[in-house]
Design a protein around this ligand. Sequence first.
Ligand SMILES: Nc1ncnc2c1ncn2[C@@H]1O[C@H](COP(=O)(O)OP(=O)(O)OP(=O)(O)O)[C@@H](O)[C@H]1O
Ligand SMILES: [Mg+2]
Length: 250
Amino acid sequence: MDSVSFAYRDGESVLDGIHLKLEPGEKIALVGMSGSGKSTIAKLIARLYDVNRGAVYIDGIDVQNVKLGSLRTKVCYLLQDAVIFNRTMKENLLLGNPSATTTELQRAVEIADLQEFVRRLPQGLETPVGPRGNALSGGERQRLALARAVLQNPSILLLDESTSALDAPSEQRVFMNLAQHFPRQTIVFVSHRISALKWVDRIIVLNRGVIEEQGTHDQLIRNGGLYAHLHTAPSALSAAQLPSQVSGNN
Ligand SMILES: Nc1ncnc2c1ncn2[C@@H]1O[C@H](COP(=O)(O)OP(=O)(O)OP(=O)(O)O)[C@@H](O)[C@H]1O
Ligand SMILES: [Mg+2]
């Protein structure tokens, strides 16, 4: 992202002059309080919106010059709300890659930490999941969407709180699985459970649409800035940015 500025509505800047270079294979985390612009960055990379100023490049090519169909196969953006269809588990998975083999399906299911659940189902992957996947729990729906993304094998995977319904140990396991199985892919993790993200190559800390600081977990803790504050007192996330007279009243 080169000097990227963006507003959803005229005059209400959401991102301001963002410079961000992600390397192939890099695993990064976007951290910051609600409304700081994490999802907006992910949406601009996936070109769900076009920037107002600056540009987003993938391998040196402005995303505005890439055919959307081609961009969508290479960049996968997963949200908290998994899109699941009224079909079987397997049919939902195959949308990621219609020609996936049984071994590939199995591997994707394991990476998404879904294997125990599938094993308990009498019909296994042939089990129908109901309208919008309502026969599954929220966490199971999210895992299914993640396994489908694994099968799609994108070059850039944007995970925007897409594992929010998993318990913490499972979320951590899934993150590590992804990092291990996708060494050459760029993965952007967004999670409010920042303790699950300590291990990434680089943490980008956003504050009101600008990059406040970035580095590894250890570097940021040593900096003693916003990240260190969020890490020691996640519940102070919103108070950290309020004027002192307001936060003092809380
Ligand atoms: N579609 C939209 N239309 C108008 N404003 C929007 C839209 N989406 C987001 N915003 C605003 O843009 C700002 C940044 O939102 P964004 O979704 O990027 O934040 P976030 O860091 O992902 O927050 P959260 O942690 O709550 O998901 C917020 O002030 C939000 O209200
Ligand atoms: Mg968000």
